[in-house]
Design a binder for this molecule. Structure first.
Ligand SMILES: Cc1cc2nc3c(=O)[nH]c(=O)nc-3n(C[C@H](O)[C@H](O)[C@H](O)COP(=O)(O)OP(=O)(O)OC[C@H]3O[C@@H](n4cnc5c(N)ncnc54)[C@H](O)[C@@H]3O)c2cc1C
Length: 514
């Protein structure tokens, strides 16, 4: 059932068994897992069924580090940021779970085996199943594409899958609306999780509407699922019993914020012969109802040998070069270098086999842009905290201090060089690298709207905010769902993994209800 919190009498109290804060992919996945279970669920969602400027403004905040669009990188209504996500899906890699001695604070309390049982169902939920994330034979067979194996040992291929993209609110909202045991409370901003006197049990949610009403929700178990930035803010705002906020005994809530630094323009591939770059290497290719594209990832052995961070690279056709020197107007300064490279590339491919001979005699070749999403080192000083400014609900706004370091930069540079070697070795083209340009780092680095690490998972309460079951350390019945629990981020887009984690958490909570 859907209830608009603005239509309830002021100071309504709702009783439930499970209270979920936030109706994005994490919260909706969790609620769906309890549909028709007999367990009474309340899902409190800050927004309505569509975006609203006043509600969205509650996401505005302050930047102290690398400039970051705190408002633009997320959406505050049912479905959360899935209302405008890109739909790129891929599981984390096994190495992402390891404690690596060259990556400070790295490692999950468990290995990928713990999540493998949940990835197939998570793939169904984001509508990319069956997941064929590293099955080159499958993609060869189903698409008829020539997909060469990497030759340098530095890189390996994976297949990023594209969700339609699933908008969780519109796709799964009707199911929640029909479930007798689920009440979705819309336009219900949770402003505090109230705990008992010694802050070991969550007891109720305090809710406010922008129209000035105040409500309460009590439950046996509570899950914070407000997104990777807001999860930390929610715990910090819950400070009427413990001034530092819930779960913050060791000053960890909000620390270790990680993004996937995205870099475009750090390198380009020029190729005289597009036929040598299989279509699935440069664009989405459909197989049945599903589509995928090749991602280049560093091989595990190379990561270990060179002590690097994980990364993902994808290519896309960005422009065409012709002998009359017509080049994409946005990049005229790169024209001469590109033309030289293309001529060399044509000589390089002059064995003739498969060389593309377009009808137009002016044709020289193509330019492929490279997009790169990288892992960043967990850094306690890269963090979310509360600002001195207040929002329309009189709550301190979010303050983000996103930081990147030299290890992050060095890793990208080396991976780009590897990619250049790989493309040349595969005979696909040559790369021009700009990675050492001083002006690019970190100015030309963007985030991918992936918010991770701010309530990190660890078995040790001094190292993490939640335990391996996503339960807040020191609290009996308070859990966190979403990518804020990732202690290390890998380079895969986070949503598939956070949906898998939400399914795992649902299983754990069902056991606790027994
Ligand atoms: C432009 C863009 C592109 C993206 N592309 C990709 C991609 O290609 N692949 C990928 O894997 N990921 C992508 N992402 C990230 C993806 O959207 C997130 O990983 C995912 O939405 C996180 O799910 P969540 O449920 O944890 O949080 P959210 O989606 O942030 O949902 C949180 C929910 O909580 C609600 N809420 C917040 N505060 C409160 C409160 N105080 N009280 C009650 N409710 C509250 C919000 O309204 C929202 O509905 C992208 C994100 C953006 C913005």
């Amino acid at each position: 059932m859907f209830i608009d919190a603005r239509t309830l009498p002021d100071r309504t109290s709702l009783d439930s068994d499970l209270a979920i804060i936030g109706g994005g992919p994490a919260g909706i996945t969790l609620a769906r897992a309890f549909a028709r279970s007999g367990i009474r669920v309340v899902l409190a969602e800050a927004g309505g069924l569509e975006g609203d400027a006043d509600v969205q403004a509650l996401y505005q905040g302050e930047n102290a580090g690398i400039d970051y669009p705190l408002d633009g990188a997320r959406l505050r209504f049912l479905g959360g940021s899935s209302n405008h996500w890109g739909g790129y899906c891929r599981p984390l890699d096994p190495i992402d779970f390891e404690q690596r001695d060259w990556v400070p604070y790295s490692g999950w309390p468990f290995g990928i085996d713990e999540l493998l049982p949940y990835y197939p169902q998570a793939s169904e939920i984001v509508e990319v199943a069956p997941g064929r994330y590293d099955d080159t034979d499958y993609w060869r067979r189903t698409t008829g594409e020539t997909i060469p194996e990497p030759v340098t040992q530095r890189m390996r291929l994976q297949f990023v899958h594209f969700s339609p993209p699933t908008h969780f609110g519109t796709r799964y909202g009707p199911e929640l609306k029909q479930a007798d045991n689920i009440r979705v409370l819309l336009n219900a901003n949770v402003v505090e999780i109230k705990a008992d006197a010694d802050a070991t049990r969550a007891e109720q949610l305090d809710i406010r509407t922008l129209t000035g009403l105040r409500h309460r929700v009590s439950a046996r178990f509570f899950v914070v699922a407000t997104g990777g930035l807001e999860n930390a803010r929610m715990l910090l705002l819950s400070n009427s019993v413990v001034p530092a906020g819930l779960g913050n005994r060791h000053d960890l809530v909000g620390r270790f914020f990680m993004e996937h630094p995205h870099m475009v323009g750090f390198g380009e591939i020029v190729t005289a012969d597009l036929a040598r770059v299989a279509r699935i290497f440069r664009e989405r290719v459909k197989a049945g109802e599903r589509s995928a594209q090749v991602a280049f990832n560093p091989s595990e052995s190379f990561l270990r040998k060179r002590r690097l961070l994980n990364a993902t690279f994808m290519a896309g056709v960005a422009g065409e070069y012709r002998s009359d020197a017509k080049v994409p107007p946005a990049e005229p300064h790169k024209a001469a270098a590109h033309m030289d490279m293309l001529r060399a590339s044509r000589r390089f491919l002059a064995d003739g086999e498969g060389l593309l001979k377009p009808d137009d005699p002016d044709y020289i070749g193509l330019w492929l842009g490279i997009g790169c999403a990288c892992e960043q080192v967990p850094d306690p000083d890269s963090r979310v905290s509360l600002s001195d400014h207040r929002d329309a609900l009189e709550l301190p706004k979010i303050r983000l201090d996103w930081r990147l370091g030299e290890q992050d930069r060095r890793s990208v540079v080396e991976h780009m060089q590897s990619l250049a070697l790989e493309f040349a070795a595969l005979g696909m083209g040559r790369m021009i690298l700009h990675v050492e340009d001083d002006g690019l780092w970190p100015k030309a680095v963007n985030g991918g709207s992936h918010h991770m690490g701010t309530t990190r998972m660890s078995d040790d309460p001094k190292q993490g905010v939640v335990d391996r079951q996503c339960r807040v350390h020191g609290m009996e019945n308070l859990y966190v769902a979403g990518s804020s629990v990732f202690p290390t981020s890998g380079s895969a887009n986070p949503t598939l993994t956070l949906v898998a984690l939400a399914l795992r958490l649902a299983g754990h909570l069902k056991e606790r209800f027994q």
